[in-house]
Design a binder for this molecule. Sequence first.
Ligand code: NAD
Ligand code: UD1
Length: 311
Amino acid sequence: MKILITGGAGFIGSHLAAYFINDNEVFILDNLSTGHRSNVDFIDDAHFIEEDVMHKSFVTELIKQKQFDIVIHLAAVVSVVETINNPINSQSINIDSTLNLLEANRQYNAKLKKFIFASSAAVYGNTDELPKQIETFIDPESPYAIEKYAGEQYAKLYNKLYDLPTTALRFFNVYGPRQDPSSPYSGVLSIMDKKFKNDEPFTFFGDGEQTRDFVYIKDLVQAVAIVIDNEASNGKIYNLATGTQISLLQIFEKFKLIYNKSISYQFAEPRSGDIKHSCAEIKGLEALGFKPQYDIVSGLTEYINYSKTDK
Ligand code: NAD
Ligand code: UD1
């Protein structure tokens, strides 16, 4: 199959590309704003398109010409803080580009078998209800969350109105190799890993008792593959997570065991707007055959072993 991954040079996209390249022709469209060409050095230049997903005429022409079977749309402003600082810009990238891509496929790509949109647990906001269910009250707390909600709803609507085979996945806290730890708002496990690696102090925002549903990148890849193979997922939205939660303090203990050492730590004020607990209901994906293969120990062990050998 011919697959297009927008944002394919980033953390999640590079793993999807590495998996699908085995049996498929994979194209990546990425402007390298946060991604890296080196993340996907197994993709040759003919299949790597360095371009902005906002370039509407280019993207439309690409869809027309290549007639992709699968489009996985990941390219986005991924930083919540950046969307708060510059909501107009992020809305163009996160909503307009999604709509343009859906429309280009509707008009020009009769071969399309699946369009996947990367949504986020952010759409749930700060609601107390656990586990988070697809129908749970939605309460976006940032432009990012609104933009992700708009994107997934457009994907759903394009199925309903035009029968486009779309699926949206609400990613929870994804972790694994190639997640960039460089910003204070990077995924917490990539930051904790960097601190352990460099023997630097880790800061818990709050008391460290907050929990998250951390999903290992290979389980995310498994879920995407299942959704692609399953027509029953058309027009649907799913939580992509493990259905379990663990606190940061417990995770810190796991890092100590796997690294076989400890580092110093401190506690600081909780981040404003931080949610205390997060855990997903994953019945929807389970019904399609999804079963997480990694618990937090096996996922962290694989991640840390990779990270130790990484520069
Ligand atoms: P990432 O920053 O590693 O990847 C995003 C990629 O998109 C980068 O390679 C970047 O260069 C590219 N990109 C950004 N703007 C672009 C543009 N205008 N044109 C072309 N390419 C552009 O982030 P990630 O963690 O791999 O996230 C992938 C997707 O998953 C995003 O849509 C993100 O919102 C979503 N998501 C991620 C998580 C998580 O835990 N990592 C959680 C929820 C949702
Ligand atoms: C994640 C997403 C965010 C989304 C939200 C929805 C990432 C990077 N962010 O945010 O886009 O809106 O889910 O549920 O995936 N922490 C520390 N020390 C640190 C860094 C973080 O204690 O150095 C804490 C945070 O305060 C938070 C927890 O760790 O309580 C997880 O933080 P983070 O990885 O940024 O993810 P979320 O806040 O869950």
